[in-house]
Write a protein that binds this ligand. Sequence first.
Ligand code: GLA
Length: 388
Amino acid sequence: MDTKRSTTLTKRFQEIYGRKPKFLITAPGRINLIGEHTDYSDGFVLPVAIHLNVLIAMGPIASHTVQIFSVDFEESMAIDLGNLKKGPNNWGEYVKAIAWAMDITGYPLKGWQGVIAGNIPIGAGLSSSAAFQVAITKAFSLVGDVDVEPTKIAQIARKSEIDWVGVKVGIMDQLVSAAGKKDHAVLLDCRSLDFEYVPIPDQASYFVLDTMTRRELTQSAYNQRHEEVAEAARLLGVQTLRDATMEMLDNPSISTSPTLHKRTKHVLTENERVQKFRAAMQEGDLNQMGQLLNASHKSLRDNFEVSSKSLNLFVDLATQQPGCYGARMTGAGFGGCALALVDSKNDRDFITAVSEAYHLKTGIHPHVFKTMSADGVNAIELVHKKED
Ligand code: GLA
């Protein structure tokens, strides 16, 4: 847990509510090594929970409300748990959405007060909203005194976003935020929700390359991809694209449109790349890992068409740097961040060189940083001395 931020948050809690918080919750953001836009086709993904996170200082209250202050938005909300109604789209909706999803899943809803703050860039493809949802779910589970296992937390968080917020997300982000493990990637089967931890080879560093671009219409374009893969599966006569094969796709008696053909090709080849990437990680074969990242990017750019000019440029520039094994966009795309796999010996030079190259081409100062892996959501109970 980040001691400085936790201390600041604890102080804010005391200033606002005049008492000390009982719990400190941390829920991480993520990078996705590979397996992009496959989760909502029941495919495979390989994300890593990272050091950037959402923190909540919180404590139970007797009333049936959630009183919460967001440090990032400098705004407080009071949510009546007995009367959950949809409102204007803001961060408070995410809290209501989780309360609703917990409730209909059969968990008790109890009131609490909290202060929340995050350091995951918002809308950058690093799962700031999943971390927020997972942290809030954990808060409800603590005050309700129920043990909600990580997969269930992820399902509740996902349900809240699909059915309340209205974005048809997959399960990847919520699951890794709930179940991530330091020094490991999570190989998740998005159909069965079985997952295994794959150790991250330590000779390599993973850098996030933030293009500093954000795309407003991400939600509608993202929802459109959901519709496209569902339609492709329907035409191919399978439940989801997880069950499709290249033979089906190339069978002349089944007609899909050129667009749906490309979308399907991406999902099928990306699922294969996840398995190959896992094998390469286990062998510590960084060259192979890098090539798979590059191939994934090309497929997202040309077949799934979710990349952007800035992302393509940054990926190109990254792969030209000494010690870079490969790079690709990460997350939903359309803007946001790319990811680069770099030999640890080249860490320092890589940041300077790739940032300057991007600035030279775009006039934009990007944010490039090395990621550290982290554990999934956790909570500590604060023990206060009597005189505190
Ligand atoms: C977003 C969604 C995930 C996943 C990725 C693309 O991050 O929340 O469920 O679909 O996009 O891989």
